[in-house]
Design a protein around this ligand. Structure first.
Ligand code: G6P
Length: 593
């Protein structure tokens, strides 16, 4: 949710900033801007509604500067427009911001009383004016920033420059911010992959830290100016992990990376439940947002089966209002690809207040959640750039399935754990085979004009149906719903006619008869039907459906079954000429509540 990039060094800043924004465009892409502290002591600011490529066309690359900040936005306060784009300026100050300033109206009113005029509808503009209100009266830039951050409520990662001062000041409260240290200079970004091209040495700012970056040194303090020591970490990832590598889009590339990333996730998490030894829980909560929530639900039945403990899956944004039964005997498992989702972080804080043991399952080492959870386990999906999650979801389901089997292991049943491990690894081979021969684009072409799609399933296939639907609607903009197949007849069947498409999912043999019934019922009302199964059931559905997709799923087929659903969404978006990697109104990492 919003990407920040900054550079201070010896090279030309503008091309570096634009490149940094392009790498982080998945975080938000409704507008973008840069501010350069120019060699001739002027401040050069360009900001534009639209994609980074539009900004790039507007930037004068002959402007000389080795110090600048940049931003790609996902609008919260104020519509996407040139005025509301970042950087926001006031006098000599320019600021980029990720997060939400909750007391901005109060601060705005006070600043207006002091004579400040506002040019945008954003919360961010108050930060620029607040800093300027001190800086313009002769205060050092660092002191003016410290003054401002202590007045701000809410969440923020900011980078600030001032005309004619060769330094960048960044500060963080909640929203992520990372600084890379390289021979060629200092690089600031909202995520690590954006920095990897330049350096693997980074300091991840903690909430409450301020870093003053000058040409020859960087000084870290808290919000009160007390000196702190930077903790430089060496990052293992490669910059090529975030490249397209010949694929036409990140989403397609990431679907094709599912087998390797699930394999990595399983092999690196074989001691997954060591921490369960000597712990007793009477309730397990699985909490997440969007696709991460669906991953929790997809694995819920395995966890309940093998732990014999009641499992409740909850949306992070709802959990905070439903903590009644959460207590010190509860295990709360938080699933988040980014480790930065604001609702998930807030839910974790709420669970901690109840005394629950908090386990994070995340894809990003050193992400915010890893600093507040009692324990973190890592999926190994590698960087996921497309907004719609694909390989991260599969890794989450794999890790949760392993985690579920870990309860059996903790109870002495090693055999089951080993079986689950090897089945999951076999599943990656099956998915590779499927990906080699898949022809889902034909189905996408056939059904591209469908007005509404209903994904249906029963039992563990119901969450799968919901994930299929989420994927489909978020990138095709075609209305879709995930339904429990048995519920159709209680209302939704009223929507069935020749314009509807039903995707019926069945991965469990004891559900086949019931899904046959549902398929017959919707077909009798004119709906088209595609059946997706991991079982040899083609003969059962051939005459009662329009198309049947069979994927070899093995014993734990939840991961294999999602792949055609992801491909179906992808190819439909592609055929409709849509940008599957960057769907409208969405962002990859949602760092606001
Ligand atoms: C956004 C993304 C989804 C993701 C959700 C949760 O909505 O578009 O793909 O599932 O956030 O993100 P997290 O990083 O917590 O898994």
């Amino acid at each position: 949710m919003c990407g920040i990039f900054g550079y201070l060094g010896k090279s030309d800043a503008a091309p570096i900033l634009i490149k940094g924004l392009k790498k982080q465009e998945y975080r938000g892409y409704d507008s973008a801007g840069i501010a350069l502290n120019c060699d001739d002591n002027s401040l050069y600011v360009v900001k534009k509604a639209g994609r980074v490529s539009q900004l790039e066309r507007a930037v004068d690359f002959s402007v000389k500067s080795c110090c600048g900040i940049a931003h790609t936005r996902w609008a919260t306060h104020g519509k996407p427009s040139d005025e509301n784009s970042h950087p926001h300026t006031s006098g000599d100050i320019a600021v980029v911001h990720n997060g939400i300033i909750e007391n901005y109206q109060y601060l705005k009113d006070k600043l207006k009383n002091k004579g400040y005029k506002f040019n945008s509808d954003t919360d961010t503009e108050v930060i620029a004016k607040l800093i300027d209100s001190k800086y313009s009266s002769g205060t050092e830039l660092i002191d003016a920033v410290l003054y401002a951050v202590n007045k701000l409520e809410g969440s923020f990662a900011i980078a600030v420059i001032a005309r004619g001062v060769n330094e960048i000041i960044c500060a963080r409260k909640n929203s992520p911010l990372i600084v890379g240290f390289a021979k060629s200079g200092y690089y600031i970004a909202s995520d690590i992959p954006a920095l990897l091209e330049y350096t693997k040495k980074v300091h991840i700012l903690k909430s409450g830290e301020v870093l003053q970056i000058k040409e020859d040194r960087a000084e870290l303090t808290d919000f009160y100016g007390n000196k702190l020591k930077t903790e430089i970490k060496n990052i293992e990832a490669e910059s090529s992990d975030s490249e397209l590598s010949g694929f036409e889009s990140y989403m397609l590339k990431e679907i094709y990376e599912i087998p390797a990333s699930v394999n990595r996730t399983v092999t690196s998490n074989k001691d997954i439940t060591d921490f369960l030894k000597n712990k007793k829980f009477n309730h397990i909560y699985i909490i997440g947002c969007g696709t991460a929530y669906n991953a929790g639900r997809a694995a819920e039945s395995y966890i309940e089966n093998w732990s014999k403990i009641k499992v409740t899956s909850t949306l992070a944004s709802e959990f905070r209002y439903d903590t009644r039964l959460c207590d010190k005997n509860s295990l709360a498992v938080f699933i988040t690809q980014s480790g930065e989702t604001a609702d998930t972080l807030e839910a974790l804080k709420a669970a901690k207040e109840c005394g629950a043991y908090c386990l994070a399952i995340t894809n990003v080492e050193n992400s915010s959640i890893t600093h507040i959870a009692d324990k973190s386990l890592f999926t190994k999906a590698g960087p996921e750039i497309a907004v719609a999650s694909t390989k991260a979801y599969c890794c989450q389901v794999a890790l949760l399935t392993l985690f579920a089997a870990g309860f059996a292991k903790a109870g002495g049943n090693n055999e089951l754990f080993d079986e689950v491990c090897s089945e999951l690894l076999l599943e990656t081979n099956r998915i590779s085979e499927y990906l080699e021969k898949q022809n889902v684009s034909i189905l996408a072409e056939k059904y591209k004009d469908t007005k509404s799609v209903f994904f249906i399933g029963r039992g563990r296939d119901y969450p799968l149906a919901e994930e299929g639907s989420l994927k489909f609607k978020e990138i095709t903009y075609i209305s879709s719903e995930g339904y429990a197949a048995g519920e159709l007849k209680h209302g939704t069947i009223a929507l069935m006619d020749k314009n509807a498409l039903v995707v019926a999912i069945v991965t469990k043999s004891d559900m086949v008869d019931k899904i046959v019934n549902a398929v017959c019922e919707v077909r009798a009302r004119g709906a088209k039907v595609v059946v997706l199964s991991t079982l040899e059931v083609e003969a059962r559905f051939k005459d009662i459906s329009d198309d049947v997709i069979i994927v070899n799923g093995g014993k734990f087929p939840t991961i294999a079954a999602v792949v055609p659903l992801q491909l179906f969404a992808y190819y439909t978006a592609k055929i409709k000429g849509l940008d599957a990697d960057k769907p409208r109104n969405l962002a990859k990492s949602v760092t606001v509540e």
